[in-house]
Design a protein around this ligand. Structure first.
Ligand SMILES: [Zn+2]
Length: 561
């Protein structure tokens, strides 16, 4: 209290009000210009790095190209901020853009990821556990270095009070000036600009922070592009083909893998023994299988939809999923989740999460190893609708799998076969070998989980006709060309993010009762298949008859079934 009094008692230099205003406030236009130039230049380090590596623009020509590009970005940013940042909104808006710039730059520089609408869907759908996996000291430093100076600049002084008419004039001048700068700058480098943007489409996703603004706008516009309230019924005519005399009801386990890339399975020729347990089982291994998307939010809904990838992307409204059709056919379906949810595909299907289980052997820190999904399966099946259960049961096990960047958290100590492993979520702090070791340990553990699933299914053969299909939602980059993680736009993503494992195990009983030749299926293992085939192959395997089924997309059909 006494300190407060002494401050107010401090003798003041006499000052006119206009004089005081000029010293303690800042003009809107200088603030907008300064922050936009900062974001366009320093905030775009990832973009400049990639442009520097382009052979077609090098030397002085490259420098002029980068300068024109930077001015073009700055002009667009100025126009955008002036159009949106009216009155008191200006400083929060600039702060948000600065933070988006810093976070975007960090992930682009560290992992080679880019910011596009599907990445933004992931950001919107994330959970605290996923965020926790990404937080580290380097991110904090990047935020401090890339957003800190700008934020200090924005908040150090209040804005100069401005009458409305004057503010309108300033903002309009900035919008017009910004757009003129962008068109002028791009015109000057047009020849290089058009060819570079055409040949390197990924560059557009690096333009910071306009990539985040555009991605967010695109996600927000989804309800206008797609009628999200409408849910089209699907396969309501579905019914089960009569079961052959003496046959048991089917018990099909669909294991939905996470971030498993086909290339790191020894089954697919990988030099390390990552899948020794599956190698001992009589399985069918689709060696040439491709995902629908490069991240969970894109792949999972597409995988469970009846539509092929291109039609799915253009869909005007959502439809019921594979799980709905299985239920229409009268089967009992249960989704068991050890991940961040089913992305809407199990909304009308019984589903449970492992999150509430506290098994001390398998769970710690709010996360469980994938074997948790095999605990208490008999009780879970017994709790399903008895009438449906008598016709057959489909269980979906949604794995945590190889979810990164904290790969080391996904394998229990007994499966850490490849050492030393990277134990940081800042992958760039580890050697590439350590990152690959940690990743391969997750595949070794998935191998064990799948073998355990098969062994459990075998032990139920007296009551059921068991089978399993495993496939992954997308692959992963592990440092090839300095790319890490996944989620690059499909058209520019490397194959490792799209080439996925697809493994089928049929019990002898299942193959015999349904007249499926596993030898025939094995002879077709190298045929190219994709997530497009999943919906129809599962229906075909179970003998579900419906107008939604397309036989040409059923990969099991040519071999019986
Ligand atoms: Zn995923």
């Amino acid at each position: 209290m006494s300190a407060h009094i002494s401050v107010t008692a401090w003798p003041k230099r006499p000052m006119s009000t206009a004089d005081a205003g000029a010293h303690r406030t800042q003009a809107r236009h200088t603030l907008i210009l300064a922050v936009c130039v900062w974001m366009a230049s320093v905030g775009n380090l990832a973009l400049w790095q990639q442009i520097r590596a382009l052979p077609e623009v090098s030397g002085p020509r490259g420098l002029a190209f980068a300068l024109g590009f930077a001015l073009g970005i700055a002009g667009l940013l100025v126009a955008l901020v002036a159009a949106l940042g009216w009155g008191r909104l200006l400083r929060p808006l600039l702060s948000l853009l600065l933070v988006a710039t810093a976070v975007g730059a960090y992930f682009m520089l560290s992992y080679g990821v880019v910011i596009d609408p599907t990445m933004m869907v992931n950001v919107v759908q994330t959970d605290p556990r996923e965020v926790g996996d990404l937080l580290n000291l380097k991110l904090a430093l990047a935020l401090l270095g890339l957003a800190g100076p700008g934020l200090w600049w924005v908040w150090r002084r209040p804005l100069q009070p401005q009458p409305l008419g004057r503010q309108l004039g300033v903002h309009l001048a900035l919008i017009v000036g910004g757009l003129a700068l962008t068109s002028g700058a791009l015109m000057a480098i047009f020849q290089d600009f058009s060819s570079v943007m055409r040949n390197h489409t990924q560059l557009r996703y690096l333009i910071n922070p306009l990539n985040s603004v555009w991605a967010l706008a695109d996600v927000a516009a989804t309800p206008f592009k797609r009628d999200t309230r409408r849910l089209e019924p699907l396969g309501q005519d579905a019914r089960l083909a009569p079961r052959p005399a003496g046959a048991k009801p089917p018990l099909l386990v669909l294991v939905l893998g996470e971030t498993a890339r086909a290339d790191n399975f020894s089954l697919n020729g990988y030099a390390r023994a990552t899948t020794p347990e599956l190698a001992r089982e009589d399985i069918i291994n689709q060696r040439n299988a491709w995902s629908c998307g490069t991240n969970t939010a894109a792949s999972v809904p597409c995988l469970f939809s009846a539509l092929p990838r291109d039609e799915f992307e253009r869909r005007p409204y959502n439809s019921e999923t594979l799980l709905d059709v299985l239920q229409h056919a009268g089967l009992a379906v249960l989704w068991i989740d050890n991940q961040s949810g089913c992305k809407g595909v199990c909304d009308r299907t019984p589903h449970v999460s492992t999150a509430e289980l506290k098994d001390p052997a398998l769970c710690s820190g709010g996360e469980c190893f994938d074997e948790i999904m095999l605990r208490g399966l008999d009780e879970r099946i017994a709790a399903l609708d008895p009438e449906r259960r008598a016709r057959g049961v489909v269980l979906v096990l949604h794995q945590m799998g190889s979810h990164g960047p904290a790969y080391f958290k996904r394998s229990p100590p007994a499966f850490k076969r490849f050492l030393p492993e990277c134990t940081s979520n800042a992958l760039q702090e580890c050697t590439r070998e350590q990152v690959v070791n940690a990743y391969d340990n997750t595949i070794a553990y998935t191998d064990h989980v799948l073998a355990q699933t098969i062994s459990w299914l075998k032990s139920r053969e007296s009551a059921w006709s068991p089978a399993m299909i495993y496939l992954s939602d997308h692959g992963e980059s592990l440092g090839e060309n300095n790319l890490y993680l996944h989620g690059l736009p499909y058209g520019v993503a490397p194959d490792v993010q799209k080439h996925v494992p697809w493994i089928t195990w049929l019990s002898n009983r299942y193959a015999r009762e349904r007249g499926i030749s596993t030898a025939c299926l094995k002879a077709r293992q190298d045929e190219r298949v994709s997530h497009d085939h999943y919906f129809h192959s599962v229906l075909g395997l179970l003998g579900v008859q419906t107008s939604a089924y397309r036989p040409e997309l059923d990969l099991y059909r040519p071999c019986g079934g």
